[in-house]
Design a protein around this ligand. Structure first.
Ligand code: C2O
Ligand code: CU
Length: 481
């Protein structure tokens, strides 16, 4: 043991001598930095929320500044708490020096306030929206959606969370103390040179596979720890990476419970040993720390391997997401309820429209070796073309497949339910409200009803949430009328 330790120190000295940061964290190693918790803005106490997009400098590694972007700060943005049936007014001001947009990913709102590519905010200008919150409790997020700039702006740090509450979430005896027992975790991968974050840049290979970097950053923190009370802890996970897929699990494979997907609670908690998450997905999980032992959430940074269905391989990179350190002097609250929700499932027989969607890696004559651009149903994204026209209030089934690798398919304007996941029936853990789902070469069927309008000027998007795929054409638009 001692000798092993001695050698790891030697290796660390060697790595730092070469100016290389060691990214692979031994699972038992303790966190070095206190987890940053984004500021909470509550729409009830702050009815007029101001969010300013700005350029900043963020210290990922002590004493080294990286050039970043954030909302009201240097990196990421405040967490906004919304309440069902309480309108919230938000003003987004663009001070980043170039046009962008801010999309509410997961919000059920009309096209004009969805913040898609059409809703440009020019530099120096503001965009004010009033969100009529009508959806159930869940975890959504906001991020830019400018054509050709989404991947860049998100990578620089423009993203933040919306936590939606309703009567059910408030009545449940869950851990609810923001940042204490109800902890947001925005998980991203970045790369660094001598502690400085590498700015966004992609090779043709990165565009094909999606940009995958080797250092895990959580709420803008590298190698994080967080003090928590003894008892139940609730973690709200967002995979806010450009393209990296993760497998999350606790050290020693301590079991945990999944309680929510993107658009709401599951009916009952589902016990799990690991959870896979693709870009754009959110899940809430809970872990019981009542025995007072610390627990470390670990991420396997899954590689892109067309032959691999996203499973763990022996040489997968691993990193600590956060070490939860139990502090018995802190006051805990909440427990794991046996029943969380009563989801009204759509019936296949009630669907009136079937759409077939193929996420294509080869369009415009591209070949396996030389792909011009990606697309959906052989068509690359064109802002002047409406791909699908949907009737408001009707139930639809979308049959989706993806070429060559797993793709996180996301749609605006609604949450859906999964009927078939890559050719298989979904497990209980996937039978919740979703807006992003990993599709692969077998058919994934989703069932959905669009209740929010989007006219031609402000259509909804559907796309791959690997941002490099989205930027290079794997996106389409639809109206709901
Ligand atoms: Cu998270 Cu169309 O976006
Ligand atoms: Cu994709």
């Amino acid at each position: 043991m001692k000798r092993y330790h001695f050698f790891s120190i030697l290796i660390l000295i060697f790595l730092s001598a070469c100016g290389i940061k060691s990214n692979v964290v031994n699972a038992s190693q303790t966190g070095q930095n206190q987890l940053r918790i984004p500021e909470l803005l509550d729409s009830r106490t702050t009815p007029e929320i101001e969010l300013v997009m700005q350029n900043g400098e963020h210290e990922f590694y002590e004493g080294v500044q990286s050039e970043t972007m954030g909302f009201n700060g240097d990196y990421l943005g405040p967490t906004i708490r919304l309440y069902k049936n309480t309108d919230a007014t938000i003003t987004f001001t663009n001070n980043i020096g170039e046009p962008t947009t801010v999309h509410g990913h997961g919000l059920h709102v009309n096209g004009e306030i969805d913040g898609g590519p059409q809703s440009t905010i020019q530099p120096g200008e503001s965009w004010q929206i009033t969100i009529p919150v009508r959806q159930e409790a869940g975890t959504s997020w906001y991020h830019p959606h400018r054509m050709g700039k989404t991947a860049h702006h998100v990578h620089a740090g423009l993203a933040g969370l919306y936590l939606i509450e309703d009567e059910n979430s408030q009545a449940l005896d869950l851990p609810k103390d923001y940042g204490v027992t109800d902890i947001p975790l925005v998980v991203q991968d970045r790369s660094f040179t001598d502690g400085k974050m590498n700015e966004y840049s992609v090779t043709v290979e990165d565009i094909k596979n999606g940009l995958r970097e080797d250092t895990l950053v959580v709420n803008g923190t590298v190698d994080a720890y967080h003090n928590v009370p003894q008892g139940w802890v609730r973690l709200r996970l967002l995979n806010g990476s450009n393209a990296r897929f993760y497998r999350f699990h606790f050290g020693n494979d301590v079991p945990f419970f999944k309680i929510a997907t993107e658009g709401g609670f599951l009916n009952q908690p589902v016990e799990m040993a690991f959870i896979d998450m693709a870009p754009g997905e959110r899940n809430e999980i809970m872990i019981d720390l009542s025995d007072g032992a610390n627990a470390t959430l670990i991420a396997d940074l899954l590689p892109t391997d067309p032959e691999d269905t996203g499973r763990r391989t022996t040489n997968t990179l691993q990193a600590n997401v956060v070490e939860l350190r139990v502090d018995p002097t802190m006051q805990g609250s909440g427990t794991l309820p046996g029943t969380l929700n009563d989801i009204a499932y759509f019936e296949r027989a009630n669907a009136t429209q079937l759409r077939t969607i193929s996420l294509d890696m080869e369009v415009r004559g591209g070949t396996e070796e030389n792909m011009d651009m990606f697309g959906i149903n052989r068509q690359a994204m064109d802002m002047d073309f409406i791909n699908e026209r949907i009737k408001k209030g009707e139930i639809e089934i979308w049959r989706i497949t993806g070429q060559r690798m797993p793709h996180p398919f996301h749609m605006h304007g609604a949450s859906f339910q999964i009927l078939t996941l890559n050719g298989e029936p979904p497990t209980e853990a996937d039978r919740g409200w979703k807006d992003t789902v990993v599709v692969w070469d077998e058919v994934t069927e989703i069932i959905v009803r669009f209740d929010h309008e989007a006219a031609e000027e402000y259509p909804f998007m559907y796309h791959c949430h690997m941002l490099e795929h989205e930027e290079y054409g794997m996106m389409g638009q639809f109206t709901v009328e």
